[in-house]
Design a protein around this ligand. Structure first.
Ligand code: J7C
Length: 409
């Protein structure tokens, strides 16, 4: 913050994405532009200056310049939250998640014999313990930065794995291991696959400690999307205001839309019958080759054919991960967090449009999804969805619309 003699407090921000202002009082800028904020009197629109031009900018399109941010990774808060048992209880209670990792170890147990494994972000150490108990690796390096690592040490002893599993209480980025490894296993996935961006820590360990030709588990990951109905969410958050005890509250709808639908809804449970088409994979990461720089901006295109008449309220996203076998020709195992699989603690993520659109069987919903990593807050990203609808009846295309959802910053 810069205090000026005239009492004006000027704060330096950065443009997160290109913004085209409408009317004379909004200010256009590009992603990466230096923006000086003069007045934050209202939550959504701030009075700002870009290279001598003045106007209002939308507050969710700008973020603090990196120089003003002390902890862009928010590690204290992040590792603090993993330092107690609450999140570990949630992850361990998730059977499809934990069982998939167990299955991966069991079905590869013969090939793991004599191998060196690193388990990155091991938490309480469950995957390392599966390795120690269900296979015969030469060594397992269990890496965990949060305070939970102290419990992990005790769990290793309690389960008789101290001869094979060694706990490293270290951040992945500062890690020194006794040797390179044959296998890097990690459960790093967040909402919409990438949120938290723990994947960057996984890639940093891969590049420093995985032997040439070593195995990554998961070996690949994909993000899936489907156009969907969400009648309950729409009626509970928007239609609700129409008639309340005989009174008209409908002027609150724009505020409700901003409050409830401008960010994605995590923990959405999509009913398969609310899918308007067959889902498709929009983004795929090959964990052996993807680079950190690839994660700054990921774009996937989609072309959905609507399979039933209904209301397009939005899109739902989820991820799947795939675990290749160490055995030649062995089976690839999959963990899917989608609506057609057993529910996991990630559930799905719902992106609500501002206005529901009636659709008919045979209509085509085409467009793109863009994951844009926050240039300052490195664990956050925004997701932009662009779409247009081609009507089956008359072949006409709707105007291309787009909506940007910060997740969370
Ligand atoms: N270094 C060590 N442990 C980490 C790191 C890192 N860079 N990043 C995350 N973890 C741990 C974290 O403390 C927690 O126990 C687990 O990995 C996170 C799992 N999160 C997830 N979304 N799957």
């Amino acid at each position: 913050m810069i205090e000026h003699e005239d009492g004006d407090t000027r704060e330096e921000f950065l443009g997160l994405e290109d913004f085209t202002g409408c009317g004379s009082d909004q200010l256009s800028f590009a992603a990466g532009d230096r923006i000086v904020i003069h007045d934050r009197s209202c939550a959504d629109w701030w009075w700002a200056e870009v290279e001598g031009r003045y106007g209002y900018v939308p507050s969710n399109y700008v973020c603090r310049a990196a120089a003003e941010v002390e902890d862009a990774w928010q590690d204290e808060e992040y590792f603090g939250s993993y330092g107690t048992l609450r999140l570990h209880l949630e992850m361990l209670s998730d059977r499809p998640r934990t069982e998939t990792y167990r299955q991966v170890i069991v079905s590869n147990s013969a090939a793991l014999r004599g191998k060196v494994v690193v388990d990155l972000g091991c938490g309480t150490g469950i995957i390392s313990l599966f390795c120690g108990r269900l296979a015969e690796p030469a060594a397992v390096y269990a890496v965990e930065a949060s305070a939970v690592a102290e419990h992990t040490e005790r769990l290793v002893k309690l389960n008789g794995c101290e001869g094979v599993v060694t706990v490293f209480k270290s951040r992945a980025e500062d890690l020194t291991l006794p040797s390179k490894v044959d296998v890097l296993v990690s459960e790093w996935m967040g909402n919409c696959l990438l949120f938290e961006f723990m994947v960057e820590s996984v890639l940093s360990v891969r590049d420093r400690w995985l032997k040439d030709g070593g195995m990554m588990w998961p070996s690949s990951a994909s993000l899936s999307l489907v156009p969907c109905q969400a009648h309950t969410d729409y009626s509970q958050k928007m239609e609700f205001w129409e008639n309340l005890y005989g009174l008209d509250f409908s002027c609150l709808r724009p505020a409700a839309q901003e409050e409830f639908f401008s960010k994605p809804k995590f923990s959405h449970q999509l009913e398969p019958e609310d899918c308007l088409s067959t889902p498709c994979d929009v983004i795929t990461l090959d964990m052996h080759t993807v680079r950190v720089s690839d994660l700054e901006k990921l774009r996937g295109e989609f072309q959905f054919s609507v399979e039933k008449c209904g209301t397009l309220h939005g899109f739902t996203a989820w991820f799947s991960t795939f675990f290749h076998s160490l055995h030649e020709g062995g089976q690839t195992l999959e963990l899917s967090t989608g609506p057609h699989s057993e529910p996991t603690h990630w559930k799905q993520t719902l992106f609500m449009l501002d206005t529901p659109i009636p659709v008919e069987e045979g209509d085509c919903v085409g467009g793109a999804i863009i994951l844009h990593r926050n240039p300052v807050w490195r664990r956050h990203m925004s997701i932009t969805i662009e779409w247009s609808i081609k009507s089956r009846k008359d072949g006409a295309f709707s105007e291309v619309k787009s909506k940007r959802f910060p997740m969370w910053r």
